[in-house]
Design a protein around this ligand. Structure first.
Ligand code: FAD
Length: 449
């Protein structure tokens, strides 16, 4: 057992997983969480009801031995089920046969992680909101049920999410802290699609549903009880926007015109629309994440990203796995561990942040374009024919944890430029399955490398 006292702020998805890793390395670990215990009280589980868990996240869960238990409470989603404005449907697989992402309840996953952390000996303190850190004395302050408390730490991790209080404490006492936050012009609102008779699914169960509509979209992910959690990503302001949908009639009319197949599925649509909050979506990039050998940001606190690649939690879980690998390598040399952690992860966090913003455009508008759907088909076919030489960007990010996000972004830019050229070729619609076409694309790729 090492003697360092480790404190983690935030018992969210990343803080809870990190605690398990560190406890297994022999440290004494305490988590301080602002909210109550969601396993016992009705507290909000956080920013979305369900999430897409994919290979990077699963790898980390496997390392702590709970991947199979989590996958048992998840629903495989094999591809995008696209609902076009003209009422037609199309299914687009995410990857090769057997590759899929998983819809999992945020609350269930968080509770599973907290249970395991506690079983391993992590001390969980609820109702403790971090209010500040004194970097000279290595003490952290909390507001706890109306009183102020302080605790001593040897090593502190800020896993307190996109609006991190530990990040603020770090930033305020730093001479050259870089900070950038960007809100996209769309917010989101969750709308629940109920189950059918006997808990049946009213939409195809094993898919992520998307209704792409240009500069906005609706998506829906399945839940174990037969419901779907729909999320409307929609502009805050403008001609078609949240600010225009202020009456029940306006909401009814908008959905009837834009998502007619959704209306019969959600009988209390208007009530939900006005009852459920509209939330914003932020990207946070900052640097440095670490302070000497005693502090690091991790997860959303270090790198909040928009949800369009389904990677925020997966990236945070990957952070934990990378950090644990460095502990394995460097033992108790935390100065080196933290330095290498940010050197490795910062470029990858920036890359997935950019990929996620880019994927919003792809999901909300390009998936409605037949030419884009053909491009995806060609790329999937190329991947089948030449699995090592052409891996679609989505697969690199989602199914290839061995490829770093920063490498996936570079590859995506190169491949996209090639595909833009290929899609201009006369007759590509009919001759794309010819071997000479594949050979030409692969040779363009090797020249661009
Ligand atoms: P959080 O989950 O935000 O947890 C932070 C914890 O810190 C919370 O428990 C909070 O109560 C606590 N806390 C906050 N302030 C304090 C304080 N002052 N003191 C103590 N504790 C504090 N990611 C995916 O991988 N796949 C998806 O499909 C996906 N979908 C998403 C959909 C939406 C709409 C959104 C908004 C995000 C989505 N994400 C997804 C991203 C994912 O939610 C985050 O990346 C993930 O929750 C980050 O985990 P975290 O533990 O770092 O932060």
């Amino acid at each position: 057992m090492f003697h360092k006292q480790i404190i983690i702020t935030g018992a969210g998805l990343v803080g809870s997983l990190l605690a398990i890793y560190l406890r297994r390395k022999g440290y004494s670990v305490s988590i301080y969480e602002r909210r109550g215990d969601m396993r016992k009280e009705a507290v909000e589980a956080g920013r979305s009801i369900n999430l897409a868990l994919s290979d990077r996240g699963i790898k980390a869960l496997r390392e702590v031995g709970i991947a199979d238990a989590v996958l048992e409470i998840a629903i495989p989603m094999h591809g995008r089920h696209l609902h076009q404005p003209d009422g037609t449907h199309a299914f687009q697989p995410y990857g090769k046969e057997g590759q899929y992402i998983n819809s999992v309840s945020r609350r269930e996953l968080n509770c599973t992680l907290m249970d395991l952390a506690e079983r391993e000996g992590v001390v969980l303190n609820f109702g403790h909101a971090c209010t500040g850190v004194d970097w000279k004395t290595n003490t952290i302050s909390f507001a706890a049920q109306g009183s102020a408390e302080t605790r001593q730490f040897d090593l502190l991790f800020g896993a307190d999410g996109a609006y991190s209080a530990t990040r603020l404490a770090h930033m305020l006492q730093h001479q050259k802290f870089e900070y950038q936050q960007h809100y996209i012009d769309c917010g989101y609102k969750e709308l629940s699609i109920p189950a059918g008779p006997g808990g049946s699914f009213l939409l195809e169960k094993n898919a992520l549903h998307i209704w792409p509509r240009g500069n906005y979209m609706l998506i829906a992910l399945p839940n174990l009880d037969g419901t779907f959690t729909g999320t409307l990503f929609f502009p805050f302001e403008g001609e078609t926007s949240f600010e225009k949908l202020t009456t029940k009639e306006a909401v009814t009319d908008f959905f009837a015109r834009t998502f007619p197949d959704v209306v019969p599925l959600v009988p209390d649509l208007e009530d939900q629309f006005f009852r459920n909050p509209t939330a914003s979506l932020v990207t946070v990039k900052c640097f440095p994440w670490v302070r000497e050998d005693k502090f690091s940001l991790i997860g959303d606190a270090a790198h909040a990203i928009v949800p369009f690649f389904g990677q925020g939690m997966n990236a945070g879980f990957e952070d934990c796995s990378v950090l644990a690998g460095l502990v394995e390598q460097h033992g108790e040399d935390w100065g080196t561990i933290l330095q290498q952690f940010q050197e490795l992860r910062k470029p990858d966090a920036d890359a997935i942040a950019d990929l996620a913003v880019n994927n919003f455009t792809e999901m909300r508008s390009r998936t409605a374009d037949p030419k884009f759907l053909l491009q995806k088909k060609i790329e999937a076919w190329l991947h089948e024919q030449h699995p090592d030489q052409w891996i679609p960007a989505y697969s690199q990010v989602t199914f290839s944890p061995q490829i770093r996000y920063s490498e996936a972004l570079r590859n995506m830019l190169r491949q996209e430029a090639i595909m833009q050229e290929v899609m201009q070729e006369p007759g590509i619609e009919s001759n794309w399955q010819k071997e000479e076409v594949a050979a030409r694309i692969i040779s363009m790729k090797s020249q661009a490398t």
